[in-house]
Design a protein around this ligand. Structure first.
Ligand code: PFF
Length: 452
């Protein structure tokens, strides 16, 4: 199987398209669905502050590292890692970082698409007015009925995966770029609209103190690891997505600036999502859920009671669906690019194969709340296990090795040339990626795996 030369590798048509794609990858269910309930179970403000610390001290340096490795390689993550390692006279075993990303993103898309399917279903339910006037019990029962149904979640999961494949098979300019440059501005407008609405009608003060007042007593090693896992997940790190997006970059783009923009947009959206959701939750006297039910069980009660709930609810679930789709395409891209760069598969065939396989693998997650709800892996549900495996084990591990590779095994000169950063920023970045990232990840990892 011959690999097409790097010169045939596609490129973003502009810096704007790349930023929209990368922010689209980062902003997703992780920000709007997961961040609020993780923040809630991690003690509100304490979790938020630690999370932001991780985003800027570990996330940004790693974003820079991954984007630059991808751009240097100009191939899919596995082959880019192999190529850069060879150029630097290192073992090709470093390509395991690429493998971990491709396998990790495949595992994530398999369950991400299940939750994406739930959002699609809720969007349609809201448009049809089915959530109007529902009580707390009905909202909980409605969500349970959807996720435990033997075949409906599979249909939604299939539909969501179909949309994702439909975009990815059209390639970088024709598919990914067109989708993100249209959808991302729409997402920002919808989100700002939701925050204004929540600010005017909801209990904004309670939401602000909940999100920003730290309760340090809730902090333990597990919360710190979930804040780290959440920052990786939210920034799409160590999953091949950012590296593959980096491989479509031209040399003109300043990777450092781009990384800060992506991280700022991503955490900004997570906080705005909190400010859109919690004021409504508190204004209606609801207790925020600590689990995946927060946006699916708690918010519909509020949408069901408020005037204009159909419109606001549709906007909210539309927003969630858009965010999920632009992330899902970046989760399918690493494995698709690996197949598509060989002469055996075209992009279309590669997208169908990987999308089909991820759908099949994800169907176990989809059924994990219904007929397979008795199945546990190491005491966890199927989605719970996949999330733990990818967010808490594979991502920190791959992040650790990426930092070590770039900080210690690629020459300083090569990185300086690649990044073209002004001083003192290069020195700051190099210090963070060489010392702070590996130490912090290793310490947190050690404490959680071995226990305090
Ligand atoms: N960052 C996305 C989110 O917050 O929903 C999810 C994600 C996308 C994770 C791409 C990992 C990835 F490679």
């Amino acid at each position: 199987m011959a690999v097409k030369p790097a010169s045939e590798h596609a490129h973003w048509s502009s810096r704007w398209a790349f930023i929209m794609a990368a922010v689209g990858s980062a902003v997703g269910l992780g920000n709007i669905w997961k961040f609020p309930y993780e923040a809630n179970s991690g003690g509100g403000g304490a979790f938020v502050l630690i999370y932001l610390g991780f985003v800027f001290l570990i996330g940004v340096p790693l974003l820079v590292a991954e984007l630059s490795l991808g751009r240097r390689g100009q191939l899919s993550p596995i082959r880019s890692m192999e190529k850069v390692a060879k150029e630097e006279g290192r073992r090709t075993a470093w390509s395991l970082i690429g493998w971990s990303g491709v396998i990790g993103s495949f595992i994530v898309i398999s369950y991400y698409s299940v939750v994406g399917g739930w959002t699609l279903s809720y969007m349609i339910q809201t448009v049809l007015g089915n959530l109007q006037g529902i009580t707390g019990e009905e909202a909980v029962a409605g969500f349970d009925a959807l996720v435990t149904n033997p075949w409906m979640p599979l249909v939604w999961h299939g539909l969501f995966m179909g949309i994702t494949v439909g975009i990815v098979l059209r390639g970088i300019e024709g598919g990914l770029e067109k989708a993100v440059t249209l959808l991302m501005p729409a997402l920002f407008i919808l989100l700002i609209g939701m925050v204004i609405y929540a600010g005017v009608t909801g209990d904004f003060a309670a939401a602000v103190s909940f999100l920003f007042q730290p309760d340090w007593s809730k902090l333990d090693a597990d919360v710190i690891l979930s804040a780290l896992g959440q920052s990786f997940f939210s920034l799409s790190l160590a999953q091949g997505s950012i590296m593959v997006y980096g491989s479509y970059l031209t040399r003109q783009v300043k990777v450092g600036k781009a990384a800060v923009t992506i991280a700022a947009a991503d955490s900004g959206v997570a906080l705005l999502a909190g400010l859109a959701i919690f004021p409504i939750v508190f204004a209606y006297g609801l207790t925020p859920g600590k689990e995946e039910g927060l946006v699916f069980q708690t918010l519909p009660i509020a949408f069901g009671q408020m005037t204009g709930g159909v419109v606001i609810g549709t906007l909210f679930f539309g927003l969630l669906t858009v965010a999920a789709i632009t992330s899902a395409i970046s989760l399918l891209e690493p494995s698709v690019s690996y197949l598509a760069e060989t002469d055996k598969f075209g992009r279309k065939k590669a997208a169908f194969i990987m999308g089909g396989a991820a759908f099949a693998f994800g169907s176990f997650s989809s059924l994990g709340y219904g007929i397979l709800s008795d199945v546990t892996i190491f005491g966890q549900s199927i989605i719970g296990f996949k999330t733990y495996l990818t967010n808490n084990l594979m991502m920190p591990m791959a992040g650790l090795f990426t930092a070590l590779f770039v900080g210690w095994f690629v020459s300083r000169k090569a990185m300086m040339d690649e990044l073209a950063m002004e001083e003192p920023w290069f020195r700051v970045w190099y210090f963070l990626v060489r010392f702070i990232c590996p130490t912090a990840i290793a310490v947190i990892f050690y404490h959680v795996v071995i226990g305090f």
